[in-house]
Design a protein around this ligand. Structure first.
Ligand code: S3P
Length: 178
């Protein structure tokens, strides 16, 4: 494969950070999680970066880390759910790798995210995601905007109809074929 990085995209909680390391292990590549790299570089949790520096700053760091990772070879990278919204990021990804979309429905995202507090884009005030209607509305709105970017992926995999092992197996075979 002449494109050297495989990027995993998809909505928050679609399985990017779970599938990524298992996939990397299966194909013998390294794995990087964009959010974790930003946290390491900034020495702060994503929520704290949003609170103290704002989303714009976070997005800038996201692009910086993406640029660094894109220069590597044989790498699986889990993107953040909002990484593809930036056209600069989309350009970097297109130039350097293969983009894989892990699909999940708004309902599944809701169920996986309703007790989480670590997604500041959904709960800016560190509140419990208690207001069911608000959270559903926010997820639907974000999904509607982002689907156009996720759909730009080279390949898509439905993560709901199959278990993690099956999804990893399919993607691993794809990587080995390309
Ligand atoms: C975000 C998704 C998060 C993280 C940040 C913003 C988003 O990543 O980058 O909280 O805008 O959708 P995950 O998709 O890994 O949760």
């Amino acid at each position: 494969m002449n494109r050297k990085v495989v990027y995993l995209t998809g909505f928050m909680a679609s399985g990017k950070s779970t599938i990524g390391p298992i996939l990397a292990n299966t194909v013998g590549w390294n794995f990087f999680d964009l959010d974790k790299e930003i946290e390491k570089k900034e020495n702060k949790k994503i929520r704290t970066i949003f609170e103290e520096n704002g989303e714009k700053y976070f997005r800038k760091k996201e692009t910086d880390v993406l640029k660094d990772l894109s220069c590597n070879k044989n790498l699986i990278v889990a993107l953040g759910g909002g990484t593809l919204v930036s056209s600069e990021n989309r350009g970097i990804i297109k130039e350097s790798g293969l983009l894989i979309y892990l699909k999940c429905s708004p309902e599944t995202a809701y169920n996986r995210l309703k007790h989480k507090r670590d997604r500041p884009i959904l709960t800016p005030n560190d509140s419990e995601n208690g207001d069911e209607n608000n959270l559903r509305k926010k997820i639907n709105e974000l999904m509607q905007v982002r689907i156009q970017y996720y759909s730009l992926a080279d390949y898509s995999f439905d993560t709901e109809g199959s278990n993690i092992g099956q999804t990893v197996d399919l993607i691993a075979r794809l990587i080995q074929k390309i």
